[in-house]
Write a protein that binds this ligand. Structure first.
Ligand code: 5GP
Ligand code: MN
Length: 351
């Protein structure tokens, strides 16, 4: 495997870990498999070398991730504010995983940013701007979990990866690559997969819990969205899908129920990008996915104060669902120049 990490940085990380007494591992709001997998993966390693460490997350993890070994010991800020505050106040090292900018931590951001602990960033998003002593930023990496695996190996702790740790790390790789379908052009990711399987990673469980599993209501909600709330814009190769508060109520929406919906319209031949708008209590959550390196992160940054990766991005809109959709529809033509040239115009209904 290529040694892509700067040895000087790895040595510094080793020293920081050695010198620290209490370590906090943290990630972004609405944590996904990569956020929880990377923090818990590191947590298992730190525990195995006798360190006192805790994972502190901004809000509750979705049901699909609660099977991960150690998930029950995660401190959730929205549930246990004083406990999380104490943990962060007492920490002398904070490891920030899977986010590039403080606002991605929502209400937890001031606490983490205000802490005097040393900070390390381990992330794969573009342009990180979190003040920290040490940064491992690899935007081309499939997932923060793959990066965490490489960091652990570079620290000489490969042998410490047990079944639980390997399962957490593989979970983030599987979810961020959508089960090895996107974001995984580097052949070495399969070597990482092989190593994790060798360490006992429970791939079947991950697939059962995170890839294939959804509730009855969730499947009905997504099916409804596709059949009743999906609009195709053939000339822009775009699809917009939306769900109003009313729609969500109708299908007894629970957090995580619309997971994966944004990817579905990309199955339509000829469609290059898909944007999903969900009317949450206080804002419209925007989620975007694309193929052929069409930069949905640019759309999310330009229109919705967000960002992310070229092919997977998101943002938020403070206003009505109607206005959010209108802003988006009115702007679609601004992004036509990014559409791939090599795709011929096709009759999207008949192929
Ligand atoms: P999702 O659509 O799964 O919520 O998010 C996909 C990716 O988009 C995330 O991994 C993250 O990089 C990015 N993202 C989602 N929401 C936001 C947001 O509100 N702000 C920013 N800067 N990035 C976001
Ligand atoms: Mn990620």
């Amino acid at each position: 495997m290529r040694k892509i990490l700067d040895p000087g940085k790895v040595r510094l990380l080793e020293k920081m870990i050695k010198e620290s007494v209490r370590i906090v591992l943290t990630c972004h709001v609405h944590p996904d498999g990569d956020a929880i997998g990377s923090t818990l993966g590191l947590w298992h390693i730190l525990k195995s070398i006798g360190k006192e460490a805790t994972v502190v997350v901004p809000d509750m993890l979705p049901k699909s991730l609660r099977f991960l070994p150690g998930a029950g010991e995660i401190a959730v800020y929205t549930r246990h504010d004083p406990y999380c505050t104490r943990l962060v106040d007492e920490a002398d090292l904070i490891v920030c995983c899977d986010f590039n900018t403080a606002s991605r931590q929502d209400h937890l951001a001031p606490l983490i940013q205000g802490s005097s602990a040393k900070k390390v960033l381990i992330d794969h998003h573009e342009d990180p701007d979190i003040p920290c002593e040490l940064m491992f930023s690899f935007p081309k990496m499939s997932s923060t979990c793959e990066l965490v695996f490489r960091v652990i190996a570079a620290l000489g702790l490969y042998d410490e990866i047990d079944k639980d740790c390997a399962t957490c790390i593989l979970c983030g790789i599987i979810t961020d690559t959508q089960n090895f379908t996107v974001n995984c052009p580097d052949p070495e990711i399969y070597e990482v997969l092989m190593r994790l399987l060798e360490r006992g990673a429970d791939k079947n469980r991950i697939v059962d819990e995170c890839v294939k599993a959804c509730s009855y209501d969730s499947l009905r909600l997504k099916s409804f969205a596709i059949s009743e709330r999906m609009e195709v814009f053939p000339s822009h190769r775009a699809v917009i899908t939306y769900l109003s508060k009313e729609d969500l109520r109708r299908f007894n929406y629970e957090k995580g129920d619309s997971e994966g919906l944004v990817n579905m319209p990309l199955n339509i031949r000829g469609i290059v990008y898909s944007i999903f708008l969900r009317e949450d209590d206080d804002q419209i959550k925007v989620s975007a996915r694309s193929k052929y390196d069409f930069p949905v992160s640019r759309i999310c940054a330009d229109l919705f104060g967000g960002g992310g990766h070229i092919q997977a991005a998101g943002g938020e809109y403070k206003g009505s669902l109607h206005d959010c959709r209108k802003i988006l529809v009115d702007s679609l033509s601004d992004y036509d120049s990014f559409l791939p040239q090599r795709i011929e115009k096709i009759d999207w209904r008949r192929n």
